[in-house]
Each structure stands twice: as structure tokens, then as C-alpha cells.
Design a protein around this ligand. Structure first.
Ligand SMILES: [Zn+2]
Length: 244
């Protein structure tokens, strides 16, 4: 498996940045995980829209899904001009209702609903979904292929479910939106860097990659909070590919 970080910012992107989106690939398979603002533009550096095999959305907050609402126009046009021959399979929570309904657009997406504990084989990748603690229905995912495990926290506050999701993962991509500095003035519904490191330690993951950065918060603050908390931790970098 290999994972390319298309965007790692939230809840909105900075100049030249993008919100959450990751391209998971293996040989011929292309799966997009989350599709926030700026992701579709960057995706096409690596993969044509017509070559996407599936899209998996952790939840329907806009910083993880807003580009779906422009991607639908691309797919509609490509189906009409026959530069694409089928709708894209999309795996998503079925709430909040108003956003879910917007995905149901002119048959450009085949919608499949995900739920807690659900296991699915998507193009040879074995997915298991874990409900997270977030203001809307949201699922983290554990993905296994060829003996390797990739775990993604999605958005969450601290919950035991994330430790199970990440157990012994080769790569654990975990949101860590809140620094100690941010926590002084606000309490976003997200993990802090220290909490992400604590989960990684308890789950005994091999490598922790942090994501979902508030772009105005200096990266030194994220790095500083991680120091001494976990031995194999890195801040994810946009447009970088990680081998799993
Ligand atoms: Zn969210």
C-alpha cells in the first residue's frame, strides 16, 4: 500500500493548502479517503478522476467532503461525454441527512452506507470501520492488505475505539488538530498531539503520522507537543507519499 497526503489542514485551508484528503494506492487500485476543499485539484496530479475506483468518506463535515460537490459535476460531464463509463462507488455515513442527500446527484455516485464494526472488501483492501466521538456520525478505519495495516483516526475526541482501530498498525494516521497552545483558549472536538501520541503508545503502532493541522498554528508547536511523547512520530506533509 502507499498513501499520498493530498491535504492535511482543517477546518479550512490556508493559502495554497487543502483540507483532508488521502490517496491510497496499490498497483492499479486508486481509493480516495476523504475529499475536503482543494483535494480534487491535487488528486489529479496523481490519478485521473476516471481512474478512481472508490471514495471512502469518514464523515460529512465540509472539511472532509466539500469537494464531492464539485466532483459530482466532473463525473456527470465525463459520463455524458463517455470519457468515463460508470458511477463511482462512495462509502459514507448516511447522516447528516442534508449533506447525504446532496451526494445523491444524477446517479454519478453509487452510495453505500457505513456503520460501526462494518467490514468491507473494497478492491482487495479489507476495511473495518470504528465509530469515533465527534459531533456528527464519523468513522475511523483500519485497512489491511498483504499483511500490512494502515489505520486512520478520522476526526475524534479521545475514545477507546481509536485504540482498537490502531492496534499494532504499521502506519497510524491520526488527527491532532489541537496543540496545548490551542487548548488554552478553545476546546475543539479533536484530539491533541499528546492524546494522539498516548493512543499510539497504547495501541503499539509502528509509526504515527499526524494530520488535521490548524494552518495558523506554528508547526513548531505541533512538533514541540510531540517531543518525548512517542518515539516514531512525524507531522504529515502535503503531496508526500508514504509506503506502508
Ligand atoms: Zn469533523
Amino acid at each position: 500500500m502507499r498513501l499520498t497526503v493530498l491535504g492535511n489542514q482543517g477546518p479550512f485551508p490556508g493559502p495554497e493548502g487543502a483540507c483532508t484528503g488521502f490517496l491510497l494506492q496499490d498497483k492499479e487500485v486508486n481509493i480516495l479517503i476523504d475529499c475536503g476543499a482543494g483535494v480534487i485539484s491535487r488528486l489529479q496530479k496523481y490519478c485521473k478522476i476516471s481512474d478512481l475506483d472508490a471514495i471512502v468518506l469518514s464523515h460529512l463535515h465540509s472539511d472532509h467532503s466539500s469537494d464531492m460537490f464539485v466532483l459530482r459535476y466532473a463525473v456527470q460531464a465525463k459520463l455524458m461525454t463517455k470519457t468515463m463509463d460508470k458511477a463511482i462507488d462512495v462509502y459514507t455515513p448516511k447522516t447528516p441527512d442534508k449533506y447525504y442527500k446532496e451526494l445523491d446527484f444524477n446517479n454519478v455516485f453509487n452510495l453505500h452506507n457505513i456503520s460501526d464494526g462494518m467490514q468491507l472488501n473494497i478492491m482487495g483492501f479489507s476495511f473495518t470501520f470504528y465509530k469515533t466521538a465527534h459531533p456528527v456520525e464519523c468513522y475511523g478505519m483500519r485497512i489491511e492488505k498483504d499483511g500490512k495495516v494502515f489505520a486512520y483516526s478520522a476526526d475524534t475526541t479521545y475514545t477507546e475505539n481509536i485504540i482498537k482501530l490502531a492496534e499494532n498498525a504499521d502506519l497510524f494516521l491520526c488527527e491532532a488538530n489541537a496543540t496545548e497552545n490551542i487548548r488554552k483558549t478553545s476546546n475543539p472536538p479533536h484530539l491533541s498531539v499528546k492524546e494522539a501520541c498516548d493512543i499510539a503508545r497504547k495501541a503499539k503502532v509502528k509509526k504515527l503520522l499526524l494530520t488535521h493541522f490548524w494552518f495558523e498554528e506554528p508547526k513548531e508547536n505541533y512538533r514541540g507537543d510531540a517531543e518525548g511523547e512517542f518515539n516514531k512520530v512525524e507531522l504529515s506533509e502535503e503531496l508526500k507519499t508514504y509506503e506502508i
